[in-house]
Unconditional design. Structure first.
Length: 249
């Protein structure tokens, strides 16, 4: 479910549910949260890389578990968001394939993101009658600028790798077969620096952002709860199941 390994001072965390496009089940939320907490506490780790196994980075929330009361994660999405916000070391994303929902909004909670040429990102929230999550309503305007963030969060449209680079959601794009090596090279450059300098630099960069992101997540959750199960959300789900265009009229 989550594979971890080290290369020198770099911890690689790989989402490993390829059959489900690395969608976040309750168990995967917990596994990644624990993986981040372990990397944060390990003095031999200076940089972490998050990537995915298979053709997807992450398809976002595992919809098969929505409404299943038997699924009771220890940390869940809230715990993972906190672990990302509080992660004290540089966190890099190697977006190897499609990223949907949280598979896209996680870019706002990482320090640096890179994409494979064939990868695409999509925030499908409005098409589901919902709004952005994971603090994206504040992280995306800061990262992309107001107009690009508005397009990504309003349109529910796919953005290819070059569009994501132009918008500023990722730093660079590499050929698919070079992504892992290129990201590792950059991670090793950062990991060659002293841990104390990295920790203090990350703390200074995050200090003005942490509470703003937490406040955005709380506000998003309140609106999400209001809209989930509402008429537009129900119509979106029905249209998806019936393989037709939704009618939001």
């Amino acid at each position: 479910m989550l594979h971890t390994r080290n290369e020198g001072f770099v911890r690689i965390l790989t989402l490993d549910r390829p059959e489900a496009l690395n969608a976040f089940s309750g168990a995967l939320f917990d596994a990644l949260t624990e993986g981040l907490l372990a990397a944060a506490d390990d003095a031999s780790v200076r940089v972490a890389i998050l990537t995915g196994n298979g053709r997807a980075f992450s398809a976002g929330l595992d919809l098969s578990e929505v409404g299943d009361e038997t699924v009771r994660p220890v940390h869940g999405s809230a715990g993972l968001f906190e672990a990302l916000i509080d992660f004290p070391k540089p966190l890099m994303l190697a977006i190897n394939g499609l990223g949907v929902g949280f598979g896209a909004t996680i870019c706002g909670l990482a320090d640096i993101a890179f994409m494979a040429e064939s990868a695409r990102l999509r925030c499908p929230f409005t098409s589901l009658g919902l709004t952005g999550e994971a603090g994206s309503t504040t992280t995306f305007p800061s990262l992309l600028g107001h107009q690009a963030a508005s397009w990504m969060l309003y349109s529910s449209a796919w953005m290819d790798a070059e569009a994501c680079k132009s918008a500023g959601i990722v730093l660079d794009v590499f050929p698919d077969d070079r992504l892992a090596d290129e990201v590792m090279q950059r991670a090793q450059t950062i990991a060659a620096q002293p841990l104390s300098a990295l920790l203090h630099s990350k703390a200074l960069l995050m200090e003005p952002r942490r509470e703003r992101i937490r406040a955005a997540i709380n506000a998003e959750n309140a609106v999400y709860a209001e809209l989930m199960g509402g008429p537009d959300n129900r119509e979106a789900i029905s249209a998806f199941l019936e393989k037709r265009l939704p009618n939001f009229g």
